[in-house]
Design a binder for this molecule. Structure first.
Ligand code: OXD
Ligand code: MN
Length: 595
């Protein structure tokens, strides 16, 4: 080991992991640029990374074709009883799961180095931040963690001074026998992948995958699944939400936190540049918000991450110019295509499709090829400080006060562009019943409608019924200082399958209405599903949307909404006794309003 670790818990955990996983060497990371460069040189030499000549200090990785996304079917919340994990989580009893995984971990790092990665979620030393230590045999994980979290010897110093940490054990599950040549992306087969969480002891064990949220354990595993369970115990919120600051022409600031399922445009909204004149938008985070009640009685949010792990396909100078500028240099691309002049490329990046590419599987590709050149869940990893519209307060330890919550999803029909909740309780009902078409961010079918409460279905580390109680209790605590709650759907389509709403920078028109609602300046009409803007309440200046399209976008079709009710009932029934009574009443009220 390259350093002496003084923290007793850490020292004995490293020794225990090493005895089980049997690595050839142990290396404790310090998070320096020099370390990043050294790791990247190794990854280049081994053939795992490809240097992109067109983008400074940027690299392309191609994963194994079986290891391309989060694996919800292989993700477990291992609480002492199945009931505690609830209906939205897979469960195996802790003793059984640990026995199985110990069997897999035994000797799994042979032929490899075990990296010890001390990291902070949130600014180092902030009272809201949490320290984690990831043990991993993947150098790809190390370089990504450098960008996505604060990896630093300062964290080690805090640990040496006695701070506690969340242990996050990760292995790709591919020991390397002596003399055997390594593959560019080693991993284990699907049936032996396990992404396991033990929320009662703040512990994470991940095995078999090297991809994204399965392997970068600070993100979904720590900052959402473990943190959501901690937040419930401690009275705060850990949510799958972007955070942005909107500033009006008069200079008034509004902070918005928005929950959408994976690959539904959180990064695009977080970096959106308003088309409405005089309004300014700055990004604070694009995926996760940790929120606590401040001394002023308001909810204050921080982004615990330090980088973006964004979905590349569909990102372009017309959809998200700020993301394109963020990824100009110092980027890790995963599963993008490679251009002949040494750049990354993906579907939707440019209007002109290159005549020749190497696709994400390393094969020649031309526009005639049937398959996509980039995997639909191809990603870029880039540091948040590179975003041209990163808010100057994005690392403020006390966070920013939230004015507005937005829930939403991807719905081709039924759900109108925007509506406002009648109350906090109604807002919790909207979050609880949020539904979205599934995307490539998880391995599984794409385009199926599923209820994804608060966009947290894959990320809530305890019983979702208790989570809903927690949100209701938070509303009581916040009282009149609670943020206002809205629901949006940018994805409604017309009969020809075309999106009705232009989206992206024009979403600012919807956000402007929300801010004006907060200030009591904009009107709304009552509808069975919530408060909706009348056409004159939205700033549509300069937008070429035909009146029939606008009407369809804002329509509430009673028959379609009535058809939703049995599905909501079935969804609620899964929570059994733990479904809050108040949400049952909200459903009854909706049924009554629908007539
Ligand atoms: C993500 C996801 O990577 O939600 O953020 O899948
Ligand atoms: Mn996410």
């Amino acid at each position: 080991m390259n350093v002496t670790v003084k923290n007793k818990k850490l020292d004995s955990w490293i020794k225990e992991a090493a005895a089980m996983c049997q690595p050839d060497a142990i290396y404790v990371c310090d998070g320096t640029r020099e370390e990043y460069d050294r790791m990247m040189s190794k990854l280049l030499a081994s053939g795992s990374a490809i240097s992109l000549t067109k983008r400074s200090n940027s690299y392309l990785f191609r994963s194994d074709p079986s290891d391309v996304a989060r694996v919800e079917d292989r993700t477990f919340i291992s609480t002492s009883s199945k009931e505690e994990a609830g209906p939205t989580n897979n469960w195996i009893a802790p003793a059984e799961l640990k026995a199985t995984m110990r069997g897999l971990y035994k000797g799994c790092m042979k032929g490899r180095t075990m990296y010890v990665i001390p990291f902070s979620m949130g600014p180092i030393g902030s009272p809201i931040s949490k320290i984690g230590v990831e043990i991993s045999d993947s150098p790809y994980v190390v370089v990504n963690m450098h960008i996505m979290t604060r990896v630093s010897s300062k964290v080690l110093a805090l640990l040496d001074a006695g701070e506690d940490f969340i242990p996050c054990l990760h292995s790709i599950g591919a020991p390397l026998p002596p003399g055997q040549k390594d593959v560019p992306w080693p991993c284990a087969p699907m049936e032996s992948k396990y992404i396991s969480h033990f929320p009662e002891e703040n512990l994470i064990w991940s095995y078999g995958s090297g991809y994204g949220g399965n392997a970068l354990l600070g993100k979904k595993c720590l900052a959402l699944r473990i943190a959501s369970a901690m937040a419930r115990r401690e009275g705060w919120l850990a949510e799958h939400m972007l955070i942005l600051r909107l500033t009006s022409p008069e200079g008034k600031q509004y902070h918005i936190a928005a929950a959408f399922p994976s690959a539904c445009g959180k990064t695009n909204l977080a970096m959106m540049q308003p088309s409405v004149k005089g309004w300014k938008c700055e990004c604070i985070g694009d995926d996760i918000a940790w929120m606590k009640v401040g001394g002023d009685g308001r909810l204050h949010a921080i982004n615990p991450e330090s980088g973006f792990f964004g979905v590349a396909p569909g990102t372009s100078y017309s959809t998200n110019p700020m993301a394109m500028d963020t990824i100009g240099k110092n980027v890790i691309f995963t599963n993008c295509a490679l251009t002949d002049d040494g750049d990354a490329w993906w579907e939707g990046m440019t209007d002109d499709v290159p005549a020749h590419l190497i696709d994400w599987k390393g094969r020649d590709w031309t526009p005639e090829s049937k398959a996509d050149a980039a995997h639909p869940n191809a990603r870029f990893t880039a540091h948040a400080s590179q975003c041209p519209v990163i808010c100057k307060d994005w690392e403020k330890p006390e966070g920013v006060p939230i004015d507005i919550f937005i829930f939403g999803g991807r719905r081709g029909s039924v759900v109108p562009l925007v509506y406002e909740a009648y109350s906090w309780e109604h807002g919790v009902f909207l979050g609880a019943t949020a539904a979205s078409e599934t995307t490539s961010a998880n391995i599984g079918a794409v385009g199926n409608l599923r209820r994804d409460p608060f966009a947290m279905k894959p990320f809530c580390g305890y019983h979702m019924g208790d989570y809903l109680h927690h949100w209701l209790a938070m509303g009581e605590r916040l009282g009149s200082r609670a943020p206002r709650i809205f629901y949006v759907n940018w994805f409604r389509k017309n009969g020809d399958g075309k999106f009705l709403w232009p989206g992206f920078s024009d979403n600012s028109r919807v956000l402007k209405w929300m801010c004006e609602r907060v200030d009591g300046k904009a009107g709304a009409r009552e509808t069975p599903i919530g408060l909706m803007p009348r056409e004159e309440d939205l700033d549509l200046a300069g937008l070429s949307l035909t009146p029939p399209d606008m009407q369809e976008l804002m329509s509430v079709n009673i028959a379609e909404w009535k058809a939703e009710i049995p599905d909501i009932e079935a969804h609620f029934a899964t929570f059994g006794e733990r479904l809050p009574e108040r949400l049952k009443h909200q459903l009854q009220d909706l049924v009554k309003r629908l007539g």
